[in-house]
Ligand binder design. Sequence first.
Ligand code: ZN
Ligand code: ZN
Length: 303
Amino acid sequence: MSKTKVLLAIPFVVLGIAASACANAETQVVMLGTGTPVPNGERAGSSIAVIYNDEAYVFDIGAGVVQRAIQAYEKYDIDALYPTRINHLFLTHLHSDHILDYPELIGTYWWRREQQIQVFGPDGTQAMSEGANAMLAEDTQTRLKDKSPITNREAYRANVTEIDSPGVVLAENGIKIEAFPVSHGDWDKAYGYKITTPDKTIVLSGDTSFNEEVMRQAEGADLLFHEVISHEGWQELSEDWQAYHQYAHTLTTELAELAQQAQPKRLVLYHVLHYAAPIEGVVDEVKAHYNGDVVLANDLDIY
Ligand SMILES: [Zn+2]
Ligand SMILES: [Zn+2]
């Protein structure tokens, strides 16, 4: 082939890539909350949204997350993150920092919502949802009785599925969401999730101690979002708190070992417990034992 022909071929290759990216509706991940139970003015409670094909798949719903979703809708022009457009919620476990905005999500503008929210979570999710309905009962009953023109009279209630066993939770329109068991203190059922779309494989650890199943699921993933606790911060805690955190969370040193085995293309640290140590230190702590790509997530970051 002559040099001229090679050069001519390039624009067609570039056009081909652009066209297929549009057709496949590129997957985006938006950090709606990177916090923990420790109060923090800059970080909402835990939540990660995967946006695919104009739909938002939201994982956990900690305090302040609905406000973050509205901010992301405005900042990035992602319609799927408008609260009444959020139709899918997946819960890792029911610790407060992962669920406190649940009533906010189901209650916000529900009278203009077209669809009931589909909620997937561990045992207890149905009871939690009924509790939120009880809390909102005066609102919903009044709106149902008065002159509000309600779009869908069932939309105040979520449609809850409790996940009995690991595996595929939802597969639709090119996206597949699988739950896998993790180890988080005394929780009988706590889940991590693997999300597969035509262009990305994404793994979320949820809250977990060092866990080989997360390692297995994350092998070769494009993005691994993993919780972590700073070794420096942990060392300064009392012995009983040190013991609890080792039982329930993953130290930076342990996460480095996991990432070394799994080799995700990018490791994103979220839900960072750091206590007296500076939060940025966790990146250096992981990098001291792992030479892959590691970043610290902040609220409203997008991948
Ligand atoms: Zn948590
Ligand atoms: Zn937790």
